[in-house]
Design a protein around this ligand. Structure first.
Ligand code: SF4
Ligand code: SF4
Length: 468
């Protein structure tokens, strides 16, 4: 049985203590992560800060079966499981055409599409905000759970302090604009929802680990209609402080001037500030700054594509034109079921979202995915080969490297395939190292197993890392 720490004691207890306690004491966020059941792998999704902590062993994405629960939940949520052998490899004849690639991207009503929103102050073009606004304004939902800046201020100084809100007006939804690069307790408002009889139709916006926990307790909220709008998500910072540290020391930009930043398809980090737009090659980031800016939960995550949301908005699969800014680029929309079709149609009808056809792609991705795992400083330090490099490449070298990778590497939807595979392989190594083989086998969703198995069979450099 799992040995977990009790909320009110330093004594280790069993997981069953949470299951059997109808009066479980919510754990305060200030105790994070040591007192949380998933401890250092807790993504602080917010569940344990509510009375729903009593469900933690069935809901947490990092306890027991964890993310492998997705396999049994997909049919409940979408009416069917993803087609596991709908999996695109560069040797497939239809690699770059409109194959859905459900084995990698999850259940899809149709192939992933390109989209643009109409919001001017979003980090991108505001697809998420646009869908949420359209649903609220058309009374499709009574309230929206989204993440806002803690002190009701969209200015740069507070952008990195994420707190969930239960938005009931357009103005409140607009507080959710902009990507929050640190872990955010989206589920913290669960008790508020449960105790408010005026909320019967809800839109929940969140990342994969929070959506998994939400889906596990959704029926207990006894709502008439529930819609889930997800974002693709990888490598969040453990705390706002770590995100700020990454910005100031890694990107050499004053954090109070930053409106948003993102790792983009041109192998550069793009930073939007109050008065400039800065880019820096991945390769020039110091390893000692990059490593602590990723939460340990995100190294044990196998739901980059947010498989249990009705609709998922992302950007990794969208083409990035030369010199494009993130707030001018396409985003991607994955529609997983009929509820998702309704959500997107509502936003299109309200002119808050425009679709631009199937996301195109070119260039093979597998060799780059395994090469990135082999070169990853996190992996190298984890397997004890060497410490992460103190300094990144000099700026000019980094630019040359980014230029070469951009021209030689995968583009569009194939870049998303690269990114999904790289994170799956890296995270497989992480949990194998941290949790051992038996728990890894239990916690890996079937789709992740298929992809890892493919590399184990076909890629000698990956085989070498695994057997070290
Ligand atoms: Fe609780 Fe969520 Fe952390 Fe799991 S990830 S321990 S459910 S707060
Ligand atoms: Fe959660 Fe995974 Fe995103 Fe981390 S990368 S915040 S674990 S969905």
């Amino acid at each position: 049985r799992s040995r977990l720490l009790a909320a009110d004691s330093d004594e280790p207890v069993t997981a069953n203590s949470y299951e059997s306690s109808s009066n479980a004491i919510p754990i305060d966020g200030s105790m994070w992560p040591d007192r949380f059941p998933a401890q250092d792998h807790c993504s602080r999704c917010g569940l344990c800060e509510t009375s729903f902590v009593s469900k933690v062993t069935d809901a947490c994405a990092f306890l027991g079966e964890g993310m492998a629960r997705m396999d049994s939940m997909e049919p409940k949520v979408h009416g069917r499981s993803r087609v596991l052998d709908d999996l695109a490899w560069s040797s497939s004849a239809d690699y770059s055409s409109s194959i859905k690639d459900e084995g990698r991207f999850g259940v899809l009503q149709e192939p992933i599409q390109l989209a643009k929103g109409t919001e001017t102050q979003a980090q991108w073009t505001g697809c998420v905000t646009g869908i949420a606004l359209a649903m609220l304004e058309s009374n499709m939902v009574d309230a929206v759970v989204c993440i806002a800046s803690q002190n009701d201020d969209s200015s740069a100084s507070s952008w990195a302090v994420p707190e969930p809100i239960l938005a009931r007006t357009s103005e409140e939804v607009l507080r959710g604009r902009g990507v929050k690069p640190a872990l955010a307790p989206s589920l913290k408002v669960l008790d508020q929802i449960k105790n408010d009889s005026t909320i019967q139709k809800l839109l929940f916006c969140g990342v994969g680990c929070a959506v998994q926990a939400f889906r596990a307790i959704q029926d207990d909220l006894k709502l008439k209609e529930v819609y889930v709008l997800g974002t693709n998500c990888a490598d969040n910072s453990p705390t706002p402080e770590a995100a700020n540290n990454f910005i100031e020391q890694g990107l050499s930009v004053k954090s109070e001037s930053v409106l948003g930043y993102e790792f983009m398809q041109d192998f550069k980090v793009h930073v939007k500030t109050t008065d400039s737009y800065v880019t820096k090659p991945y390769f020039s980031l110091p390893g000692t700054i990059a490593e602590p800016s990723i939460a340990k939960s995100c190294l044990a995550c196998f739901d980059y594509t947010n498989g249990l949301a009705d609709v998922v908005v992302g950007y990794m699969g969208a083409p990035l034109d030369s010199n494009s800014r993130m707030d001018e680029s396409f985003q991607t929309i994955a529609i997983r079921n009929e509820r998702g079709v309704q959500m997107v149609q509502t936003a299109v009808k309200a002119s808050r979202l425009k679709l631009h056809g199937t996301a195109p792609g070119k260039g093979g991705h597998e060799s780059l995915s395994s090469a990135t795992v082999a070169a990853d400083s996190i992996v190298l330090s984890m397997v004890g080969e060497k410490d992460p490099p103190e300094q990144g490449m000099p700026a000019l070298m980094g630019e040359i490297m980014a230029f070469a990778m951009r021209n030689l590497g995968p583009k569009g939807i194939n870049f998303a395939r690269y990114s999904v595979d790289y994170h799956l392989l890296r995270n497989y190594l992480h949990i194998l190292n941290e949790w051992g083989e038996a728990r890894t086998t239990m916690a890996l969703p079937a789709s992740a197993k298929e992809i890892v198995e493919h590399y184990l069979q076909t890629d000698s450099s990956f085989q070498e890392i695994v057997t070290k």
